[in-house]
Design a protein around this ligand. Structure first.
Ligand SMILES: Cc1cc2nc3c(=O)[nH]c(=O)nc-3n(C[C@H](O)[C@H](O)[C@H](O)COP(=O)(O)OP(=O)(O)OC[C@H]3O[C@@H](n4cnc5c(N)ncnc54)[C@H](O)[C@@H]3O)c2cc1C
Length: 509
């Protein structure tokens, strides 16, 4: 320790994440845990000792749009600081995307591949959320093309998205949001025209394009004459480096996630390939929402790791901060919220594994749960990181600490991939259509029959204005169920005693 201000923690993020380890030990078979543990251990070390300092640099040295060469020639490209490239090398090199597309890995590990790769992603995102977004979209494009693309598209695109090394790799993006609106995707104005040569070309502008210089992009557009709303939208595959008429007009000057470029893009008669209707893009969004939830629990986990360390060493009134009962209570409350959100997120990940294995009920429950988990975890991230910063005090507010960046980064989590209200409405729409919530209620009912019945009864005549409260109550009941199933009685008792909406939850209701 260096004087009365504690030095930063020096622990691997894997060692600092015992709840993740225990969750994986409960979820994975012994063989699967033994296979993944060295990978997680390595990522935990790299994330804390290498990626975290690089992330601080990449946040300051953010990407620039270059429109002229030094000789004055027009160009249109994004320049990155080497710190970002190094983070990419570590992230993609770890296989957190690649493993999902490598036949040799899938042959032995397909049933829990999402749990393992999202656990790797969690450790990485404890250090860096900005780059976690392109990782998500790279996985997303690979997944959508695997599921909906032609054989030719699969052959050309998927091995590139699943490449571990930079020379072979294409990264992914999704261009959906336009000036006309992000929530109201059906208002998209980008036009798709099919030429006499049978090829599709897009014209229009996209307003928020993260990982803007990606090599494989899914884009929504409306064929001329197609109906209004999302019904008339189709999903296209754009390979910008193989097409003309792609211009990055500007990069956004963002509050957070500054390491990664988000741009505005103009397409002019740009050649694309058709993938399908709006359905494939919806699937892409659902995967992104799951990544968002993992990022949310990771950033809370990181902030608590910092606060726990600091409060253990910082002294006030003759003893360490953590020895003061009210400070300890605040930390325990935050830890209980984090544990519950982590369980909720990974329950949703586990359902995706089962859905991909052909379990139709898991797929139905997953589709209902995804918008709910994204809504509650995204919302939770900001107050939890803020509270952790407060536990550290003034030194947590200063940019030498990672907390300011974590707080700026966390604020995007409730906004992109759908704001809270939009997700709540989406959850309601999916639940009404597929009744996936009944599967969740059946599981809740085994632990808390009265609560399951009450939530089920409230659904029947649910008014839109009460929807946030209903979603929050369902999410909390499912969290308590997961805690009860795992025998985590400490956190269970704590959260049962805490009414919704009080700090540190400050949730949605
Ligand atoms: C850093 C960053 C990166 C992004 N990257 C991408 C990207 O890569 N690709 C992409 O396509 N998009 C991207 N987005 C866009 C993002 O998905 C949208 O900003 C988001 O979906 C909200 O859309 P909007 O900004 O148009 O807000 P609006 O749709 O205008 O919403 C404004 C407000 O109205 C509320 N609202 C709207 N409709 C309703 C309703 N029916 N009921 C209640 N409330 C309602 C919303 O909840 C919100 O609070 C990015 C955004 C950010 C900030």
């Amino acid at each position: 320790m260096n004087g009365p201000i504690p030095d930063p923690p020096d622990r691997s993020f894997w060692d600092a994440s015992p709840t993740l380890r225990e969750l994986l030990q409960r979820t994975l078979s012994a063989g699967e845990f033994a296979w993944s543990e060295p990978r997680l251990r390595e990522m935990g070390e790299l994330a804390s000792r290498v990626v975290a300092p690089l992330a601080a640099v990449a946040d300051r040295e953010w990407p620039r749009l270059v429109t002229r060469t030094p000789a004055g020639e027009p160009v249109n490209r994004v320049d990155y600081h080497p710190s970002y490239r190094e983070m990419e090398r570590i992230a993609y090199g770890s296989g957190m995307v690649a493993m999902k597309y490598e036949p040799a890995v899938l042959a032995g590990h397909a049933p829990s591949i999402h749990v393992v790769t999202f656990a790797l992603g969690y450790l990485f995102a404890m250090a860096e959320i900005g780059l976690y977004c392109p990782l998500c979209m790279t996985d997303g494009v690979a997944r959508i093309i695997t599921r909906h693309g032609t054989a030719g598209q699969v052959e050309r695109v998927v091995p590139r998205m699943g490449a571990r090394n930079a020379a072979d790799r294409w990264t992914g993006a999704m261009f959906v949001t336009e000036r006309a609106g992000g929530s109201d995707v059906g208002a998209n104005e980008m036009i798709a025209r099919r030429g006499h040569d049978g090829r599709w070309r897009l014209t229009g502008r996209k307003w928020f394009c993260s990982n803007v210089d990606a090599q494989a992009v899914l884009v929504t557009a409306r064929p001329e004459g197609a109906p209004a709303g999302t019904k008339g939208l189709r999903t296209f595959l754009l390979l910008p480096h193989q097409s003309t008429g792609v211009e990055i007009e500007r990069l956004k000057d963002k509050l957070g996630v500054r390491s990664m470029p988000t741009g505005e893009v103009r397409l002019s008669e740009t050649e694309v390939e058709e993938v399908g209707g709006f359905g494939p893009m919806l699937e892409m969004m659902n995967l992104s929402r799951l990544y968002n939830s993992v990022a949310a629990v990771a950033v809370i986990g990181r902030a608590l790791h910092e606060a726990r360390h600091y409060a253990g060493l910082r002294r006030a009134f003759g003893r360490s901060v953590i020895e003061h009962p009210l400070a300890a209570e605040t930390l325990r409350d935050l830890e209980a919220e984090h544990l519950a959100a982590q369980l909720l997120t990974f329950a949703c990940v586990e359902m995706l594994d089962r859905a991909d294995g052909g379990d139709a009920e898991a797929a139905r429950a997953h589709r209902t749960l995804v918008p709910i988990v994204k809504a509650v975890t995204g919302k939770l991230a900001v107050p939890c990181v803020s509270e952790a910063m407060e536990l550290i005090g003034g030194n947590g507010y200063i940019e030498e600490s990672p907390l300011p960046r974590l707080l700026r980064d966390a604020q995007v989590l409730p906004i992109w991939e759908g704001t809270t209200n939009i997700l709540v409405l989406d959850a309601l729409r999916v639940a009404r259509k597929e009744r996936g919530h009944e599967l969740l209620l059946a599981r809740i009912g085994k632990q808390f029959p009265g609560e399951a019945e009450a939530i089920g009864a409230a659904f029947a005549g649910l008014d839109e204005r009460a929807a946030r409260g209903w979603v929050d109550r369902l999410a909390r009941a499912f969290e308590l169920t997961l805690l009860a199933e795992a025998g985590l009685t400490g956190a269970l008792d704590r959260l049962q005693r805490r009414p919704l909406g009080l700090i540190p939850g400050a949730r949605m209701a």
